[in-house]
Design a protein around this ligand. Structure first.
Ligand SMILES: Nc1nc2c(c(=O)[nH]1)N[C@H]1C(S)=C(S)[C@@H](COP(=O)(O)OP(=O)(O)OC[C@H]3O[C@@H](n4cnc5c(=O)[nH]c(N)nc54)[C@H](O)[C@@H]3O)O[C@H]1N2
Ligand SMILES: Nc1nc2c(c(=O)[nH]1)N[C@H]1C(S)=C(S)[C@@H](COP(=O)(O)OP(=O)(O)OC[C@H]3O[C@@H](n4cnc5c(=O)[nH]c(N)nc54)[C@H](O)[C@@H]3O)O[C@H]1N2
Ligand SMILES: [Mo]
Length: 747
């Protein structure tokens, strides 16, 4: 049995070919390429792909293969119009998979579900808003409404959306961040007093070591590989901790560098690639810290005592805990040998400036918050926060997920924010915490929520425990989705349902005051303008801010906000944002500068907005991760051809998978021990004993993954993720640690 693991470098010629194929496939050659030339440029639009920042002087083509796919998907000429919905009933569409739904094209006009016929029918915008307004006004409590946000929403739309919800009287703002980097925000606020990363892009050019933990940038943040490649070339050490061998972290060819591309000669990326077991990172980090402290004992003066004394608290407690944790325990739980862990220590001790990056491989675990706090602990030991070339880098997902939070999309807003909002808009914002994503699902299921509004995203498919979540959505009186493309959430409806089609980021947003731009904030707190240049996919589309304003006008009889004026010219929205958020002072002026402006980060200045006034070393015990005999730890991950629940294609080029998504990656020895063979079909079953959940008919692929671990793609595997299994403190579903069994399907 041969382990599936491709050896040619990531990127390169195949990436170029794949980009072109996606543009051609979407029949978007003209609008697609036109759009691409404006992507991530000072006077263009922000890539709707990931949140990796743009360099300050971007190349003419500042995009990656997967950004191209995102743009091709949006600029497609294919349309989902009224004849489409006449042809297919909701019941028929429910039988189609996410890939098929995505392929049908852009939504073109507002649609209302006719429950009698089971088909969506066109509805005028006026009637759609009237229906929303009447339903909202009929609720007996504002908390019966839930306002979900996905992270593509612009600052302007997000600000208006949260204002609408809060004027309505609720903090029910679950968002995709609850399933994503919530753990990072919670951990960093406790540790360093701000829930955002402390590095800027330029730090990658100064770092002497970069540690990448639980992240697959080759697929999910391809432009990050450019930074890693440059760093590696100038001698920076790159350490990867990932249970899977991910090709993008091994070597990379920049697809836009002609010489490199033609020769397909990759630059190695990682200097050290370690494969801990799934969930083993906290133990691994304790091991790295233990090794560093032991070396300090032997050779004093290697850690930054001055920084520790001046800037931190909690060091002694953490040290005592580390000393009490045996190497045996660390090796057992991390799945790494002491010798390998010591290699990381050596690199860390040699490095004068270290960056740590992480993503979903860390955040979606029960002990995610603690793990991130140990990443912080490690960096604090050598004063690696608030120093050039060093710092913390949670690599965000959606292109504006960080900005949406800054704009107040959270179920748990600060008093300071609410006070400022209430003062600026002359109302009394609700103080009670709202529902996060998991709580919202339960509240819907229990009948406490009657209206679900989704600002983008695909709630039904992205959330855990699909069967339960879908039953929950079906209990609503009204579900409303503001979307660009058809997805499963449109089909899992409340008693009444609306689809409201909106402009995408590549499109011209014409309002009374002329064409408008919006703004976004990237993973490194840079805020910049984004202006679409393409003709909208249909003349009936409204912008997200316009849709929010119309919903607000219809639902808020006593509002003092001049919603119409705000939408006529988004400068006015930005003026109001500035009134509420002092960091945005001079907003409209500052976004005129190419590249935008930096919001700043207190921890980067070594100002610690924590209760102790210092950066905190935070101590936590190792978790209990035993799974029991015959069970595996399943991580649910992304393929190269998807954007979350949006499936662009059926290949996962870097992992050698073609034309299918129902695969499960396993260690060769596990395959043999389980009495299975490569290519066998299995059902993946979780939660046996209580509620049994099954994902059926997955093909076995041998892969370089530690024993006891398995990997498969989401959203197909979301049926397996229990709703009650969430991270401590952040409530993020533990999508990277699902205890499963495999059952052979007899053929
Ligand atoms: N093209 C594309 N780009 C995207 C997205 C997309 O779907 N497609 N999604 C966007 C979004 S919203 C997000 S949040 C990001 C997601 O970006 P990533 O976090 O890179 O995405 P995942 O596929 O979830 O990959 C998680 C990685 O963590 C590893 N991993 C899993 N479990 C563990 C563990 O226990 N320990 C360690 N050390 N590693 C582990 C997996 O092997 C995998 O390499 O990407 C964003 N960008
Ligand atoms: N099992 C498992 N589950 C996961 C994860 C995992 O790793 N494993 N990852 C989690 C993570 S990190 C995240 S962020 C969530 C993602 O959850 P979501 O953000 O809810 O899901 P997406 O798939 O990104 O949403 C795609 C839809 O957004 C709409 N859309 C696209 N562009 C626009 C736009 O410009 N405006 C509007 N209004 N709509 C638009 C389209 O209709 C498209 O179908 O999923 C989470 N779920
Ligand atoms: Mo995400």
């Amino acid at each position: 049995m041969k382990e599936r693991h491709t050896t040619s470098p990531a990127g390169g010629f195949p990436a170029l070919v794949s980009s072109l194929r996606h543009i051609l496939h979407e029949k978007a050659l003209y609008p697609g390429t036109r759009a691409l030339l404006r992507m991530n440029q000072p006077r263009g639009f922000d890539c709707p792909g990931c949140a990796w920042p743009d360099p300050s002087n971007p190349s003419v083509v500042e995009f990656c293969e997967n950004g191209v796919k995102a743009v091709a998907a949006e600029t497609t000429r294919k349309k989902v119009d009224r004849s489409f919905f006449k042809q297919y009933s909701v019941e028929e569409l429910l039988k189609k998979d996410g890939y098929w739904l995505e392929q049908q094209g852009r939504l073109t006009e507002p649609m209302w579900l006719n429950a009698a016929t089971g088909h969506y029918e066109p509805i005028s915008w006026e009637r759609a808003f009237h229906l929303i307004g009447e339903t909202m006004k009929g609720l007996s409590d504002p908390d019966e409404a839930v306002f979900y946000t996905s992270g593509r929403t612009s600052n302007e739309a997000a600000f208006l959306y949260q204002l609408f919800g809060r004027e309505f009287g609720t903090n029910n703002f679950p968002d995709c961040s609850n399933m994503c980097h919530e753990s990072s925000g919670v951990a960093l606020i406790e540790s360093i007093g701000i829930g955002k990363g402390t590095v800027v892009l330029e730090d990658f050019d100064l770092a002497e070591a970069i540690i990448v933990i639980g992240q697959n940038p080759g697929t999910n943040h391809p432009r990050m590989l450019t930074s890693l490649q440059r760093a590696r070339k100038r001698g920076c050490e790159i350490v990867t901790l990932n249970p899977l061998r991910e090709r993008g972290l091994e070597s990379f060819v920049h697809p836009q560098h002609v010489g490199q591309t033609l020769l397909n000669r990759g630059t190695p990326i990682s200097t050290l690639y370690l494969q801990p077991v799934i969930g083993g990172d906290l133990a691994a980090l304790k091991g790295i810290i233990k090794g560093v402290l032991e070396e300090e004992e032997r050779n004093p003066g290697q850690i930054d005592w001055d920084f520790i004394h001046r800037h931190t608290t909690g060091f002694e407690i953490m040290r005592d805990d580390i000393l009490a944790t045996s190497w045996q325990e660390i090796e057992r739980q991390s799945g790494l040998s002491k010798a390998d862990i010591i290699r990381v220590c050596e690199i860390y001790l040699r490095s004068g400036a270290t960056i740590a990056c992480w993503a979903m491989g860390i955040t979606q675990h029960t002990h995610a918050v603690a793990t991130i706090q140990y990443i912080v602990n490690l960096l604090l030991l050598k004063g690696n926060v608030g120093r050039p070339g060093a710092g913390l880098c949670p690599v965000r997902g959606h292109s504006n997920v960080q900005g949406d939070r800054t704009m107040g999309i959270t179920e748990n807003p600060s008093k300071e924010f609410l006070n400022a909002l209430g003062k600026a808009f002359q109302f009394a914002p609700p103080e009670k915490h709202g529902y996060n994503t998991v709580e919202a699902i339960k509240a819907m299921y229990e009948g406490k929520v009657k209206v679900f509004i989704g600002m983008g995203g695909n709630f039904a498919a992205a959330t855990p425990d699909s069967a339960y979540t879908e039953a929950a959505l079906r209990k609503c009186e009204l579900t409303v989705h503001i979307s660009t493309k058809l997805n499963r959430s449109h089909l899992v409806t409340g008693k009444q349902a609306l689809i409201l089609p909106c402009l995408g980021r590549t499109e011209i947003d014409m309002q009374r005051g002329g064409p408008q731009k919006v703004t976004t904030e990237d993973s490194m707190s840079m805020v910049h303008a984004s202006e679409g240049t393409n003709k909208p996919a249909s003349p009936h589309l409204l912008s997200e801010p316009a849709i929010v304003a119309c919903m607000a006008i219809a639902s808020l009889p006593h509002t003092k906000t001049d919603w119409k004026a705000l939408v006529s010219n988004y400068d006015l929205i930005r003026d109001r944002i500035e009134e509420v958020l002092p960091d945005f002072k001079g907003y409209n002026e500052r976004i005129k500068k190419p590249g935008g402006f930096y919001l700043g980060n207190s921890a980067r200045e070594r100002i610690w907005k924590t209760k102790s006034g210092k950066a905190n070393f935070i101590t936590a015990p190792l978790p209990h991760l035993e799974t029991g005999p015959g069970k595996l730890r399943l991580m649910t991950i992304r393929s190269h051809d998807q954007y979350n629940t949006t499936i662009y294609g059926l290949n996962d080029r870097y992992r050698g998978v073609e034309g299918e998504r129902k695969v499960v990656f396993l260690n060769t020895e596990d395959i043999a021990t389980l009495g299975l063979r490569e290519g066998d079909r299995v059902d993946i079953v979780s939660g046996a004993g209580q509620v049994e959940r099954a994902a059926r008919g997955f093909r076995i692929v041998p892969y370089a993954i530690p024993r006891g671990c398995a990997a498969a793609y989401f959203p197909e595997t979301n049926v397996l993720v229990p709703l009650d299994s969430v991270a401590e403190k952040s409530f993020t579903p533990t999508s990277k640690f699902v205890v499963v069994e495999l059952r052979r399907v007899s053929s």
